[in-house]
Structure formats: C-alpha cells, structure tokens
Design a binder for this molecule. Structure first.
Ligand code: HAM
Length: 431
C-alpha cells in the first residue's frame, strides 16, 4: 500500500521549506517593526464562529468548510481563515484589549475544500494582520502600507493595490437592491450559481469568473454611485493617505471579496509575476464583526497574505535557491573516534554557547563509515572545510575542500571554532 498527501495538500521540501521560513521571518520582522504582535489561535474552532462571521451564503461556508463532530458531539471546523478566530480570541482575553487600537498578527495554515489548481490548495498558509479599535482612514492606510512593506521585504517591490468601498449599513443595502434589480432583469444571461446569488448575495456575482457572465457583470451598476457621503469621504481619505506615502493604488469599483463581514474599504494586492487572477492577498474593514460576535462596537481592519502565493511570486523573482553547504564536516579517522567526532561537531557549532546567535553549520557521520567514505560525503554536501579527529600532537588536522589543500593545524576546538567563524565572515564579506 502506498500513501500520498491528500488531494489539494502538499509537502514543502527543502530548499523550498527554507525559503518559506525566510519569508515568514521577513514578515515577522516587518510586523514587529509596525508594532503588530503574534497570536496563535487553534487550528479548529466551533463551526458556528465561521458561519456567523464569514457568512452563511458565502462559498467558503456553503461548500468549503472542513467540518467534523468530535467525540463530545461538538461541531468543529478547521479554520478557513484567520480573522474570525482572532476576533474570538480578542473577545476572550482582556489582555488583547489592553491597547486600543490593538495590533495583532498571525501566521499559519488555513483549510478550504476548494478545487485544487496552481496557487490554490486545500491547506494553504496565511500571514495576517488585524488592527482592532480604529474607524479612521489612517488605520486603513497603515494596513495597506504594512502589506506592501512585507511584499518589499521579501523581494516583490512591483505590486498593484486595488481598493474599493463596499459601503456601510446605511448605503450598502441600497446598492444590494440596485444590483438585485439589475441582475434579476438579466437572469437568463447568468450562470446557475449567479441566479442563486441574486436571491442570497447579489454582490458576490461581481466576483464570478464564468466567462459567459462577464458582459452582464461588466455593465452592472458600481458601488461608487450609491456610496453615502461618509463612506465616500472615507474612501477619498484612504486614497489620499496612500498617495502621500507614494503607494500606487487603483480604485476597483467592482472589487468584492469572498467573505461577508466587510464594510467600507476592501483591497487586494497583486504581484506582477502572478497574473491577474491570483491576488497575493487581500483584506478590508469589518466594523460590525466584533459586535456581531458578541463584543462591543469595535471598528477594525485587516488583511491576509497567501504565503503559498507569496512563495510562488518570489520564486519567479529569484530563480533557483542554493543548497546551504556545511561550514565544516568532522571526519573520524577511525571507528573508535566516531563519538569524539560528534562531540567535536557539537562544540564547533557553538549551539551551547549563550553568546552565539548564529551557530556554524557543522556535520559529522552517524553511519560508521570509513574515513574515505566520510570524505566523499563531506564533498558531496559541499562542506567547505573538513576537520579530522582525533587530534595529534600538532593539533586538529584541517583541510580546505574548495581549494583542495591542507590548512595549518588548530591546537584546540575553541581556536578551530573561531577560525571557522572568521572564514565565514570573510567569505560573506567577499560576496
Ligand atoms: P481571503 O481573500 O479569503 O481573505 O484570503 C486571503 C488570501 O489567502 C488570498 O488572497 C490568497 O492569497 C490566500 N488564499 C485563499 N484561499 C487560498 C487557497 N485555497 N489556496 C492558496 N491560497 C489561498 C481572508 O482570508 C481574510 N481573512 C482576509 C482579512 C483579514 N480580512 C480582514 N482581515
């Protein structure tokens, strides 16, 4: 019997896994610089949380949830997104509400039962940020700027930001009715799903990708005609704020998103290397969600970046990754020295030294191989230096594998370690 990763999921192997870690590290660095602090919520939550927040008539809730009943007869769902769990945690823990606004972030896997294709998986990762407690356009500007800064930090300066407003409780119903009327009069030109959406959620039709629906969608009334003064002013202020930070934005009057909790600003970010269909991420305001989930009136805004897509976009930009070579490989000259080789490798790495913030990459054999096979392994791994144990009267033997020549022997592991670190520094300086 042979097993495979479930459909829509995949294993992330080295060197990709290393690039992922790098991307997440950069994202954490930028989130930290903007004052956003990470919250790790569970991977599953009560099903009701997502039905109430994401919305009963959305594709996510209707077709894409991974829902199961546990042994205690609770209905639980693997999180399809991170905002609702974060709001749940915000309401559950007073500590998260101490700062107003609260700046919070999360990184981790999400689950949606979608049709797998390039850039779309059933388990995918997001990097998200949420700012809870501000209704001001400045919060929207900070969010979008933060998103773009993360993109830049991972090497994607070339992005397009699309923004729109979905209106608020005052003006959105007017728009929804207008859309309903428009689409009802053109039902025969819409696909079956859209015909259903006319009743449940006409805004979602704007996001339909079926080619035959596009002419009708293209001529649909835009939200900009029905925005109330307050929403119009808000959108204008966000646009001005972004321009003053020299961020390129386009107003996209037909941009709607796949979740029901949005009010006012919504946005999406596209990277030139990914094509127009696939947003790297998106987000928006959700001024009612905290209240809808049982909390006090708390306007909020946030975004999520699809880490899988960020990875794809940076692969385009960067080309193949290099395999990290060991700084040194410790060769045991004889089988009796195998344990000493492991001990020497450990002290050369420096992982037990509290002052060491960047241990050397040092490996040794665990297969009881002969000294000459160990040399072959070291060279296959691309080790720059081979160190021989045990030492003789003159110290530890050292061979430069790149130059193919023996170096001066080193009297102790301490001197060897500092010599290896100097070499690493010199090599990095030369690059
Ligand atoms: P979303 O647009 O559903 O928003 O997802 C955000 C991003 O997650 C997408 O732009 C995409 O990059 C990635 N993504 C979504 N589904 C998949 C998938 N099946 N495979 C790969 N990547 C995917 C949200 O999730 C909201 N929580 C964003 C937000 C935060 N709004 C306010 N705060």
């Amino acid at each position: 019997m042979s097993y495979q990763a479930p459909r829509g999921t995949r294993d992330i192997l080295p060197p990709d896994s290393e690039r992922w870690a790098e991307i997440e590290e950069q994202a954490r660095r930028i989130l930290g610089a903007y004052g956003y602090r990470e919250v790790r919520t569970p991977i599953f939550e009560s099903t009701d949380l997502f039905v109430r927040s994401v919305g009963e008539s959305t594709d996510i809730v209707r077709k894409e949830l991974y829902t199961f009943t546990d042994r205690g007869d609770r209905s639980l769902t693997l999180r399809p997104e991170g905002t609702a769990p974060l709001v749940r945690a915000y309401l559950e823990h007073a500590a998260l509400r101490q700062e107003n606004p609260a700046r919070l972030a999360y990184l981790g896997p999400m689950f949606r039962y979608e049709r797998p294709q390039a850039g779309r998986y059933r388990q995918f990762w997001q990097i998200g940020a949420e700012l809870l407690g501000s209704k001001e356009p400045a919060a929207d500007v900070e969010m979008i700027d933060l998103f773009v800064s993360i993109m830049r930090a991972v090497g994607l300066p070339d992005v397009t930001v699309l923004i729109n407003s979905l209106g608020d409780a005052a003006c959105r119903p007017v728009y929804r009715e207008r859309l309903r009327e428009y689409f009802t009069a053109r039902l025969d030109r819409l696909c079956g799903d859209d015909a259903e959406r006319v009743k449940t959620n006409p805004l979602r039709i704007l996001d339909c990708k079926v080619p035959s629906c596009q002419p009708v969608i293209r001529d649909a009334p835009t939200v900009l005609d029905t925005l109330c003064d307050a929403c119009r002013e808000h959108l204008g202020a966000v646009e001005r704020g972004l321009k003053s930070l020299a961020l390129q934005v386009e107003i996209a009057p037909r941009l709607v998103r796949g979740l029901d909790y949005y009010t006012r600003t919504v946005f999406e970010v596209h990277a030139s290397s990914l094509g127009a269909q696939n947003a790297v991420g998106g987000g928006g305001r959700y001024d009612q969600l905290v209240k809808d989930l049982g909390g006090p009136e708390t306007p909020a805004i946030g975004f999520s970046i699809g880490t899988d897509r960020l990875f794809m976009a940076t692969s385009e930009a960067r080309g193949a990754a290099s395999v990290p070579a060991p700084d040194a490989f410790v060769v045991a000259r004889a089988p009796e020295a195998a344990e000493e080789a492991l001990a020497a490798a450990r002290s050369l790495r420096g992982v037990l030294d509290p002052r060491e913030d960047r241990p050397l990459r040092v490996m040794a054999d665990v297969q009881q191989r002969s000294a000459s096979s160990q040399m072959k392994v070291a060279s296959r791994l691309g080790a720059k230096i081979v160190v021989f144990v045990p030492k003789d009267d003159d110290g530890y033997g050292v061979r430069d594998m790149i130059e193919g020549k023996d170096e001066m022997k080193q009297p102790s592991l301490e001197s060897l370690r500092s010599w290896l670190r100097d070499r690493r520094r010199a090599a990095e300086g030369a690059r």
